[in-house]
Write a protein that binds this ligand. Structure first.
Ligand code: RM4
Ligand code: MN
Ligand code: MN
Length: 385
């Protein structure tokens, strides 16, 4: 692909950042408050808007309900738009209530399942109010011990609950279904993998698609193959980008395995990804929030730029000829290309600094935010888990 086309594709890449990545977060052992970290939904949106100003690549912010709940969503939408961004995916929370001890949509008690469905329906209403085309569901349901519940029944309850939610989607709105192989359940998880999520989405209909959180697979999983297959089946709804080493680590995207990120972005570059939502889902435990988010955005752009540079013709020839190493070297050639000058030109044309992380770090933003906001006391539930 020539440079003009690569730049055009890069310009079209919009990455959504998560409101929950801007507040204090930690591990189950401790939360270390970060000076100037966002303390409420408006500050979280303001930080996402700053990331967009510095990158010109992050025009929407995902919210999590009820963490970001407000009385007036029209007002929240206007607040975001005045700051230059829009509210994107509405993430449902089915793990934050005492009643969910044995699950939410899969709970044995129909009353609890009903409450979980009502929460999802409320999120659909919020999406309508803020004019977002996406609601996003990560289901924490699962069991801890063999015999705790009937696995088949749990699946039936899940499908029945999601059918109610699906029926409430207005035309054009999509339900993204996220999977994760373990946690908080340690014996079984009701949506453990992409295949289960895909089956559920197929049952629901075309407005339901799978969300791939890159941190939600067992060690060694070939994520790019999952991406390729979901794209081919029209079932890839979006990503939660982050990186992992051991568990659901939520580390900076591409920080542990940039080659994996490149391989994922190559499948994106090849397929029809026009409707794929590129979202980041990460939380920062020991580093700053905003510059780490920008680093993730830059790493995605870097991987995508390299993916777009793959000599596809040369690769196809070598694949046809059975030249295994030759084909592999075509990928390496692209991966090893220094795309910083290219991305510098992209950012120059967009009117932002060639290195937005440095622009943040040298721009006095962190000091100003620390001065304005101080070092918050950790209050909300997700900050203490
Ligand atoms: C889950 C999953 C969800 C996120 C929650 C907080 O592990 O990644 O997307 O909303 O964590
Ligand atoms: Mn996620
Ligand atoms: Mn996760």
């Amino acid at each position: 692909m020539d440079e003009a086309h690569v730049l055009e594709r890069l310009r079209a890449l919009a990455i959504e950042t998560p409101s929950w990545g801007y507040g204090n977060s930690g591990t189950r052992f401790h939360v270390y408050p970060w000076p100037g970290a966002a303390r409420d939904v408006r500050e979280r949106i303001a930080d996402a808007a700053l990331v967009h100003r510095l990158t010109c690549c992050c025009p929407t912010v995902a919210v999590h309900i009820p963490w970001d709940a407000v009385d007036d969503y029209a007002e929240l939408r206007a607040f975001a738009e005045e700051d230059g961004i829009r509210i994107g995916g509405i993430n449902m929370n089915l793990f934050g209530e005492d009643d969910y001890r044995l699950g939410s949509l899969c709970h044995p008690d129909p009353a609890v399942r009903g409450a979980a469905v009502r929460h999802c329906l409320e999120c659909v209403e919020i999406a309508k109010e803020v004019d977002s085309p996406l609601v996003s569901l990560w289901l924490p349901d699962g069991t801890n011990y063999p015999g705790q519940d009937d696995l088949g029944d749990r699946h039936s309850r899940l499908v029945a609950g999601l059918e109610e939610v699906y029926a409430a989607l207005p035309p054009g709105m999509r339900l993204l279904v996220e999977y994760k192989f373990f946690e908080p359940g340690f014996y079984s998880t009701d949506l453990p993998d992409w295949g289960t999520a895909a089956l559920v989405c197929r049952r629901l209909g075309p407005q339901a698609q799978v969300l791939v959180d890159t941190g939600h697979h067992p060690q060694g999983t070939n994520i790019e193959q999952i991406v390729a297959l979901l794209l081919a089946e029209g079932l890839l709804g979006g990503f939660h980008f982050n990186n992992r080493k051991y568990g659901d680590d939520d580390l900076i995207v591409g920080s542990i395995d940039p080659f994996e990120l490149f391989r994922i972005m190559r499948e994106i570059a090849l397929g029809d990804s026009a409707r794929v939502a590129f979202m980041i889902d990460q939380s920062h435990n020991v580093e700053g929030k905003i510059d780490a988010m920008i680093q993730s955005v830059m790493n995605i752009q870097t991987a995508y730029a390299k993916a777009l540079l793959v000599d596809e013709e040369g690769l196809a020839e070598r694949q046809q000829a059975g030249d295994v190493l030759g084909a592999h070297r075509v990928l390496l050639e692209a991966f090893e290309t220094d795309v910083r000058p290219l991305l510098g030109r992209l950012r120059g044309a967009l009117g932002v600094d060639p290195d937005p992380v440095e622009a943040f770090r040298l721009g006095g933003y962190a000091a100003r935010l620390a001065e304005e906001r101080g070092t918050a006391t950790v209050e909300s539930a997700y900050e203490t888990t």
